[in-house]
Write a protein that binds this ligand. Structure first.
Ligand code: 5GP
Length: 190
């Protein structure tokens, strides 16, 4: 998606060879016009897949997921990083390793917001090692619902997330695929 790639080149900051900072338009301040276009792009790709719900992971996946669900006219469910103290039998939960914080957290989903007929599109801001996506998939499959696909705003293709998810048969659509972050330079896969 050229609009997104141009924005990344203009305002993205390669913190090192592993991490891209996009605080000025995705993670802290949000460029809602760009998010609207992102929502349209994801919706067009996944439109004929009979999506019943969009799922995302708080917090940074919410903005692109809102516009995608609006465009597909289906509910949005936000998977929450919750303290185990508030959990009970009404939640599905799984542990996820955080890429940016190097810690683990509980990803949770209330049983009220999923059922076996759901065919779910997962949206997230980044794909790195695929841990967040794996967590979301696990919650959905624990509920015996289906994963229709995974929409990623920025994929770091030099990290192993895509390979793992593709090997498990999931359809991944990334809007910008980064080949490398070298010497603060951002290189895309064409
Ligand atoms: P994964 O679970 O695929 O290893 O990492 C994806 C999650 O980590 C995303 O939800 C995102 O919030 C965060 N993340 C991974 N890599 C980056 C990065 O380079 N920059 C930012 N801002 N977040 C990242």
């Amino acid at each position: 998606m050229d609009l997104l790639k141009d924005k990344i080149l203009k305002d993205g900051i390669a913190l090192n060879s592993e991490v891209l900072k996009v605080d000025s338009f995705i993670n802290h301040q949000v460029d809602v016009n760009l998010m609207k276009e992102i929502g349209i792009e994801f919706a067009n790709y996944f439109r004929n897949k009979n999506i019943t719900k969009v799922f995302t992971i708080e917090t940074s996946g919410i903005a692109p997921a809102v516009f995608t669900s609006l465009e597909l006219n289906v509910p949005l469910v936000i998977l929450k990083k919750q303290n185990s103290k508030i959990l009970n039998d009404n939640f599905y939960t799984t542990e996820v390793k955080s890429f940016t914080k190097n810690t683990t957290y509980n990803l949770t989903l209330s049983k009220n917001y999923i059922d076996t007929n759901d065919n779910i599109l997962i949206i997230d801001d980044f794909l790195a090692n695929g841990e967040a996506a794996k967590g979301a998939i696990k919650l959905i499959e624990n509920a015996n619902a289906k994963v229709a696909g995974i929409g990623i705003v920025i994929e770091k293709a030099f990290q192993p997330g895509r390979n793992f998810l593709e090997a498990s048969g999931y359809d991944i659509y990334s809007l910008a695929r980064i080949k490398s972050l070298d010497n603060t330079k951002i290189n895309f896969i064409d």
